[in-house]
Design a protein around this ligand. Structure first.
Ligand code: DPP
Ligand code: ZN
Length: 883
């Protein structure tokens, strides 16, 4: 397989000004006619190289005449055209494809009988020959012809300009998109769908029709998605002044979809799980995910579609920015602090671990074999942190100025991350020379902070040391700009006024001209070693460092456990209040893991238990925040902090700490469950979501005690639940303990929900993630269950992805988990390389484990890479993991 490099980028030699597509959709074959108006951009006889995969070329014409055989060459992945006219010409290509046999779910494929498309990143080349790259932007029209009974609804991008009946029970529709776009934003849907219709009136008074399409029985489940869409449209106008630019916006829900959703111009296509929700079938987390992703795809209309990427290395230009925008949207719709905690939690578990492993890559990668493999937590979530840092450095108003300039300069263009950075800094007339390194250097910086209070001078000094670890291909790193947000708490737990800070020899005033003082200072850490001194600090403060997680770094500090308990009780920064508790938990768990490994007696520090008790009893706190504080760091987060990860010891210790907490605050937990039961009618408001989350976390703790009366209580909660949030939480609580109650609850749940695919996926995931010893055999059994289908990505993510998330079983000492995953990956790779490649990623951290486990997983990785006919997708991940 061929590796592609950012440094080799060359602008295309031919522009495609206008593209007229015609699809004749059929059961056996589909005929695609593409008529392209081509504009040569360079002089001389440069070949035009088109991408195309699994296509049957039927005819090829230039300016109406067949292209002579000597002037073109077809290979497995390209169509080379030579001896081309030097002035603009029309290229007509007819290809034949078989969407019904397309199991890769990219290009044009069928899902439950309907036709649909997924073209990002490089799926359009499975539809027709094209310059399949984002810097080729064209105006598209799309004519669709299909059987009218089987496919009554025909959709594509833009506006419907014509429709009508044809002979033989067929009909047609013609769609015209007035905006230029790259082919990755092309979409087509044809099938038996009905829509929920609503509208949105934009800030300039235009009425936009909104339609969410699903199979008829699912229409009632689209109300939340519709409301989320309207909120997102309003939010983008209010916060960024961005208005929708067509009179119609369609969303289609599809059950078979590799990713979450896709922002195709005016025809978003979504994985069903991110559209469909009812209180009975979807959890509060599902509701929140739908709101976030509906927002995300809508926001792409400006950040992604109106301004797109020059090449795929720039993916974070649109994804980092759009994730940041959806995070801000969700924060404004719900609880900002809790949202930040959830986002950082995900960054820290998934992205930090990627950044420390063989797949580590910069936010803007330097090379790839298969672009699909770079839709990663680094490009998305770390990319969003980079965007957030601009806002932290420039302020909200400064960030908005940068966004305005970005659109002013680049609307209608395909650009790079440099252009975004330039717009941000030019609009604010600043320069931060080391900031661009965030795009180029992989690896999570470690920021080490030591502090010193000088009572005589009344100064508080913060000494910083930053270190960016080496990563594959990048042995040496430079220091980069880390915005470090700092607050200082006085002995009453109040924020101190910060008036000025010295950075080396320069003194910065932190008071504004109006005399407003600040309680959080943003320090610009951009050297390997650096000192900052706060002036006029009247007493020894407790520092609150990296407030709101102001930079994506690993923070190591000399803050004591006593300081952490103080911050947990008092910090005005909600994120850092939570973080203080997490830091204490991580220290405790790491100490216990080491005690366990040495065979020492285990015990949990009573101050820790008291900290938890006072948090759960503090009625002034948001209950969702309390639920977050009660949740211990995950097993993989602890594993990442060890020199040699010991999944068995970590698992034992996490269970041990949970049961110790439960036994010690049993009464408080019981009271919390009592006090926070839901009313019969589901209330989606923040207050009620928060009550449910606290009740369910408490129930989970109690069930860990495995006492008969508590299990009875959990079974009652399960039976009486009126919504999925409570029902699945009760089921999960029961499932912690093997036995009759568990088997019965699982069987009852299946009976109740077997017709609801999305609910049954939760049932699969719950069993797959179980820590019951030897669970691999249950999971192998579930592969044969009628509820499972290896062709459906959601089911694979639930069952196989779920299994890999259970460290004790995936990393079972006998290697059974590794063998299971390799078996599935090899089977899956023949059907759907993108999904297979996501699954094989679970192997990538194999070097983190002991020698026996390393040998076992390495053998499975080698078994995979030695397979003939392996996809580029799986090859890239597996071979880089072995490198
Ligand atoms: N561009 C898509 C997204 O919204 C990829 N599935 O992230
Ligand atoms: Zn996106």
């Amino acid at each position: 397989p061929k590796e592609i490099f950012l440094k080799d980028y060359k602008a295309p030699n031919y522009a495609f000004e206008k593209v007229d597509l015609k699809f004749v959709l059929g059961e056996e074959k589909t005929l695609v006619t593409s008529s392209i108006h081509v504009i040569p951009k360079s002089s001389g006889d440069t070949p035009l190289i088109l991408d195309g995969e699994r296509l049957k070329l039927v005819t090829l014409k230039i300016n109406g005449s067949p292209v002579p055989e000597d002037n073109y060459k077809v290979s497995a992945r390209k169509l080379h055209l030579t001896s081309l006219p030097s002035s603009p010409f029309d290229l007509d290509i007819v290809t034949e494809i078989e969407p019904q046999n397309n199991t890769s779910l990219e290009g044009l494929y069928k899902s439950t009988g309907n036709f649909c498309t997924q073209c990002e990143a490089e799926g359009f080349r499975k539809i027709t020959y094209f310059q399949d790259r984002p810097d080729v932007m064209s105006k598209f029209t799309t004519r669709i012809e299909a059987d009218k009974t089987l496919y009554p609804v025909l959709l594509s991008n833009g506006n419907l300009i014509d429709e009508g009946d044809l002979a033989d029970g067929k009909h047609y529709a013609v769609w015209e998109d007035p905006w230029t776009k790259p082919c990755y934003l092309f979409a087509l849907v044809a099938g038996q769908l009905v829509s929920r219709d609503d509208s949105f009136t934009t800030m300039s008074g235009r009425k936009v029709a909104l339609r969410i399409w699903t199979p008829p029985s699912d229409v009632p489940k689209t109300a939340h998605a519709m409301k989320s869409l309207q909120l997102a449209m309003k939010w983008d106008e209010e916060v960024f002044g961005l208005e929708y630019d067509l009179d119609l916006f369609n969303v289609v829900a599809v059950p078979d979809f590799n990713m979450g959703a896709m922002e195709n111009k005016s025809l978003n296509i979504f994985n069903s799980r991110l559209v469909l929700a009812s209180p009975e079938t979807a959890t509060d987390a599902d509701y929140a995910a739908i709101e976030g992703v509906i927002g995300h795809e809508y926001f792409h209309n400006w950040t992604g579609n109106r301004v797109t990427c020059r090449d795929w290395f720039q993916l974070s230009l649109k994804e980092g920015l759009t994730v940041f925008r959806d995070q801000e949207f969700s924060s404004d719709m719900g609880s900002r602090g809790v949202k930040r905690i959830a986002d950082v939690g995900r960054l820290r578990t998934a992205q930090f671990s990627q950044d420390a492993g063989p797949m580590a890559h910069p936010v803007r990668p330097h090379s790839y074999i298969k672009m699909d493999n770079f839709y990663t937590v680094t490009v998305y979530e770390k990319g969003a942190e980079v965007v957030r840092m601009y806002q932290t450095l420039l302020g909200k108003a400064g960030f908005r100025k940068g966004m305005d300039l970005y659109f002013q300069r680049h609307d209608g263009q395909a650009v790079t991350c440099e252009e975004f950075l330039a717009a941000m800094f030019d609009a604010n007339d600043v320069k931060f020379p080391t900031f661009p390194l965030w795009y180029a250097q992989a690896g999570t910086p470690t920021l080490t902070v030591t502090t010193d209070y000088n009572a005589d001078a009344q100064t508080f000094t913060i000494k910083c040391n930053q270190y960016v670890p080496s990563t594959p291909g990048q042995p040496k790193k430079e220091p980069m700009l880390l915005p470090l947000a700092v607050g200082l708490l006085d002995s009453h737990g109040q924020d101190m006024r910060l008036t000025s800070v010295k950075d080396g020899s320069s003194l910065h005033n932190l008071t504004s001209a109006e005399g407003d003082f600040t309680t959080t200072a943003v320090l610009h850490v951009d050297k390997a070693e650096q000192e900052f001194t706060f002036i006029d600090i009247a007493e020894k403060p407790v520092p609150s460092l990296l407030r709101n997680f102001s930079a994506p770094v690993r923070l190591v500090s000399d803050v004591t456990n006593n300081d952490l308990f103080f911050l947990l009780a008092h910090d005005s920064d909600q994120f850092n209040r939570w973080e203080a508790g997490q830091t204490l938990s991580r220290k405790l768990m790491l100490d216990l893991v080491s005690a366990q490994q040495k065979g020492e007696k285990l015990s949990v520090d009573s101050a820790f238990i008291e900290g938890i008790r006072s948090t759960i009893m503090d009625t002034s706190l948001d209950k969702e925040f309390v639920a977050k504080c009660l949740t211990l760091p995950g097993e993989s987060e602890i594993a990442d902090l060890m020199d040699v990860a010991d999944p068995d010891a970590i698992h034992t210790i996490r269970r041990y700490v949970i049961t110790q907490i439960a036994a010690n605050i049993r009464e408080e937990l019981l009271k919390t469950v009592e006090a926070n039961r839901s009313s019969a009618a589901y209330d989606p408001s923040h207050e009620h979501r928060a009550r449910r989350s606290l009740k369910n976390v408490s129930l989970g703790y109690l069930a860990s005690l495995n006492e008969p009366e508590i299990i009875d209580m959990a079974v009652d909660e399960f039976k009486n639940a009126t919504n999925m949030t409570d029902q699945i939480a009760a089921l999960a609580a029961i499932c912690q303990n093997p036995g009759d109650a568990r088997s019965k609850a699982l069987a009852d749940f299946y009976e109740q929900w077997k017709e609801e695919t999305l609910v049954i996926n939760k049932w699969l995931a719950l069993q797959a993630m179980s820590d019951i010893p030897g669970n691999v055999e249950n999971v192998r059994g579930l592969l044969e269950h009628p509820a499972f289908d290896i062709r459906n990505p959601n089911k694979v993510y639930s069952l196989i992805g779920g299994f890999c998330a259970s460290a004790v079983n995936f990393h079972a000492k006998d290697g059974s988990g590794y063998k299971f995953l390799a078996d599935v990956v090899l089977q899956l790779d023949k059907l759907n390389p993108q999904v297979a490649s996501r699954m094989v990623s679970a192997f990538s951290r194999w070097r983190r484990f002991d020698e026996e486990r390393q040998a076992l997983s390495k053998a499975q990785l080698e078994r995979i890479t030695s397979m003939n006919g392996l996809s580029d997708n799986v090859f890239e991940i597996a071979s880089k993991s072995l490198a």
